[in-house]
Design a binder for this molecule. Structure first.
Ligand code: HEC
Length: 178
């Protein structure tokens, strides 16, 4: 009897851990860049390694850091491509506008990696990639940490109303308290 229940428990444990292994997405490496997105970047490998060097320390290799108090990029950042104003927000973020990457085309590539590769399905259909001149223009108007929160909320509301972004875009990540 004891043996039977031990065996049952062991089987259950094995099933659970196997299920766990299958369900968990490996988070310790960068995502593959889908073939159809490669043409959006002059140099996809450089864009990815620029993200790793300059951004992933805070945002994670795959753009996910839950439950840290940081906005989730993975499968969400694309909603901000909804309007010209909200796509400009992405280029005006302090860590983007003030990036040590001075070459605007190279920074555009990095941001296209962020939006199209990490943002996945959140990118509205028909969205055009960022260009060097667009980056050069927008990065002159960097947001400050004071103006950022209100601006983000305003633009999240626009994306929710106009591009059917989920209501949770107002939060840092779905289920977040901030
Ligand atoms: C030192 C940590 C840090 C680094 C490095 C960093 N970020 Fe961020 N990022 C943040 C924080 C914190 C926020 C939330 C807004 C704020 O306070 O700036 C943020 C916000 C964002 C957002 C907005 C997401 C949203 O939902 O509003 C994007 C996109 C982003 N960062 C991309 C980048 C990119 C691209 C880089 C690299 C060029 C980068 N970040 C580097 C910490 C960082």
């Amino acid at each position: 009897m004891i043996r039977a229940s031990l065996l049952a428990a062991a089987t259950l444990l094995a099933a659970l851990s196997l299920g766990g292994l299958q369900a968990a997405e490996p988070d310790n490496h960068s995502p593959d860049i889908p073939a159809q997105l490669r043409s959006m970047m002059a140099d996809p490998e450089l864009a990815q390694s620029d993200f790793i060097e300059n951004c992933a320390g805070c945002h994670g290799l795959r753009g996910t850091t839950v439950p840290a108090h940081l906005p989730e990029i993975k499968d969400r950042v694309g909603w901000f491509m909804c309007t010209p104003g909200s796509r400009a927000y992405l280029l005006r973020l302090p860590n983007v506008a003030h990036s040590r990457i001075t070459d605007n085309a190279q920074l555009a590539d990095l941001m296209n990696y962020v939006v199209f590769v990490l943002g996945g399905k959140s990118v509205p259909t028909g969205t055009k990639p960022f260009t060097g001149p667009e980056v050069a223009h927008e990065r002159q108007f960097a947001l400050t940490s004071v103006s950022l929160k209100a601006e983000r909320l305003r633009l999240a509301n626009v994306a929710i109303a106009k591009c059917r972004a989920p209501a949770s875009l107002r939060l840092q990540y779905p289920g977040s308290t901030q």
